[in-house]
Design a protein around this ligand. Sequence first.
Ligand code: FAD
Length: 500
Amino acid sequence: MKVVIIGGVAGGATAAARIRRLDEQAEIIVFERSGFISYANCGLPYYIGGTIEDEKDLTLQTPDSFWKRFRVKMVVHHEVISIHPESKSVTVKNLETGTVFTERYDKLLLSPGAKPIKPNLDGVDSDKIFTLRTVEDTLKIKNYTNAHQPESAVVVGGGFIGIEVAENLRNLGINVTLVEAAEQLMNPFDGDMASFIHAEMRKNGINLMLNTMVEGFSETDHGIDVKIKNASAIHTDMVVMAIGVLPETTLAKEAGLELGIKGSIVVNDRMETSAPDIYAVGDAVQVKHFVTGQDPLLSLAGPANKQGRIAADNICGGDSRYPGSQGSSVIKVFDMTIATTGVNEKTAKQAGIDCDKVYLSPMSHAGYYPGGKVMTLKVVFEKGTYRLLGAQIVGYEGVDKRIDVLAAAIHAGMRATQLKNLDLAYAPPYSSAKDPVNIAGFMIDNIANGTMKQWYLEDVDHLPRDESAILLDVRTPDEYAGGHMEGFGNIPLDDLRDRL
Ligand code: FAD
């Protein structure tokens, strides 16, 4: 069997290694357009900021090491320029020599990833404007910051990459402005949870401009002007565009494969495309959302790697199925960790799910053991069935662990009320005897059995303002003095029973 793979990074390299493990005889050729294979995309921003110091640490494998270990031919600087499903072949261009040749396959796997969106704006092709996807992109940014020692930078886009780039440029001492068209950063979070992220960014010196639209760029003698809609331009030394990615599917389109949203490749749960013997994985494919059953694009490394493994199993005659993605993610925002899994409230509602939520702010570990930090969780569940739909967490310690427990619970189809029963590990340095995830379960169980009724910020205008209700704020007097809702009296929690 001869297997050709397009793209030698997350999905492609995983599949190549797995195929070799399953089939010692297969001929496996991977064509990779860039000069690197199996590199750590997720580490690229940290090389810019200097946390990862050695460029070599970004590349986990080389074509030589891959050949030595797996007998897989990794061919870099080679771009596949067309696919011919009828003749089961691809046309390949050697980007160094310009030579074009044909390669036949028995099975073809596409893992071409995604490309950064570069909008059609005036001046967008300036060489002071960067995007970040590959090692080459990273080196370009790094070389620019080394050579020009920029004092200021504008990052356009407040998603995962925009935030990581902003933080890393800031760590180099650069004054960073982050411009985001939406009213919040990090779309996977609801606005209420995103406000913690905004605060952390501002605390660390990022000039955050939300609800702000970039309209174009113009180079000046000493930098570049970023033109802003209905406001004055921002003068800066460099710009990084991070407004999202689009699936890299020109080849698939030209080959007549069925395409889905934003031109992504449609695959079934065996990662098979609409053409026989052609598989596709990673950022280029449309996935089934594990919670909503809808078909979103979720560009994350975990799904790409798992799909690569599944495609490899099926290429080798097995029957592995991809159950869907739930968008679990975690990212560092300066000292804070923010993480999410499943759907947020906004997405659940858009998907027509009648949902409810709890908020809680427990300590990361026992309060009496030094170093504990408050984290804030928002857990979203379906009304009536108590199906667990999603969770968002912001905090400073232990966030990653709690989101993974919640991600596993969603995957296992647990009801939100069952979180109270999870037998989670505890010792004071790590958690509390009632883990934050358990506490979320207690709260949701209280709602389910009628012990607790909740109202939310969005209900404030509709709360009874007559004698039928007492509106109480039970925080400390200092907290109350720092800001409170109109019409609410203050009796601190510890005084409440004395004053009943
Ligand atoms: P890729 O890993 O991008 O590989 C695709 C490869 O295909 C590319 O190298 C490309 O050059 C090559 N290619 C494309 N077309 C052709 C062609 N015609 N011929 C030959 N080669 C071709 N995800 C997380 O889960 N956590 C993170 O922390 C995280 N951080 C990230 C940080 C950055 C800066 C970036 C860019 C991404 C990050 N991601 C993260 C996303 C993650 O890297 C991707 O989801 C994952 O790499 C997708 O895998 P893939 O195989 O689909 O595509």
